[in-house]
Design a protein around this ligand. Sequence first.
Ligand code: ADP
Ligand code: MG
Length: 291
Amino acid sequence: MPAGAAEAAAVDDGAPLLRLRDVNKSFGPVHVLQDVDFEAYSGQVTALVGDNGAGKSTLIKGIAGSQPFDSGDYSFAGQSVHITNPKQANALGIEVVYQDLALCDNLDIVDNLFLGREVTKRGLLDESTMEQRATETLAGLSVRTVKSIRQVVASLSGGQRQTVAIARAVIWNSKLVVLDEPTAALGVAQTDQVLRLVRQLADNGLAVVLISHNLNDVFQVADRISVLYLGRMAAHVKKADVKSNQVVELITTGRSGDIGLRAESETNDVPKELPPTPEAADPTTTGEVDR
Ligand SMILES: Nc1ncnc2c1ncn2[C@@H]1O[C@H](COP(=O)(O)OP(=O)(O)O)[C@@H](O)[C@H]1O
Ligand SMILES: [Mg+2]
């Protein structure tokens, strides 16, 4: 099957694995996420993009349960769930690879993969089982650049470290993995290596959420793109339906042509005769991201 046909089929099938409706999150008086909808699909990469301060990290912390949403509907695999801590999210098969990776430099790859979740047999560490699972997991991700699974993490390249962090997230039969800027600190070759891994995760059937500032990365691996703008979801689009300049416009103004947020003056609940609010009318103020 040609790659394009496979991609089109993947983008159209099924119900989302993760479905958020009208989620809200405030920190004190600051309403960071406002009635946000979001979906992620098994077998697909959903890119989550938006300017600094748009609310991307807040959204994924809500998904991961580390900073639960204040309100809204959260459903997973068709079931309505209430996620208030990371353990509950992990139990559903949700894993997040944060930007700092949280690897232990002085430990080797196997130790890092099983850190805090070691496999034991009769009270002892079951090294051979862990080694075998580590090998299988890396092979399943088509990772061939790691020489030995007993290499200490300090000796690995940036791309390899990212690979280990991703492998740790998927070794426990995960269903959804969120990657926060996995290529931010990488050079060209290593970025390519990590993006291939991101694609591989989706091709293995996982739902992947990729947070990225880099639209080249997004256009290389994503099936869908969700754009957050000042705490509101400006658009969910299929990659095939948009051009990169439209996504840039959505990120910077919340709108591109017919796609995106409507100005306050155009919504039904505001009478037509009212003048637009200065914030809605003036792109220089709506473009303000740091609140
Ligand atoms: N713990 C917090 N307390 C107060 N404000 C916060 C907190 N976390 C995030 N914010 C604010 O929420 C907004 C969105 O932040 P964040 O989700 O980190 O955005 P992004 O990841 O898209 O850059 C920012 O204005 C930020 O200052
Ligand atoms: Mg962030």
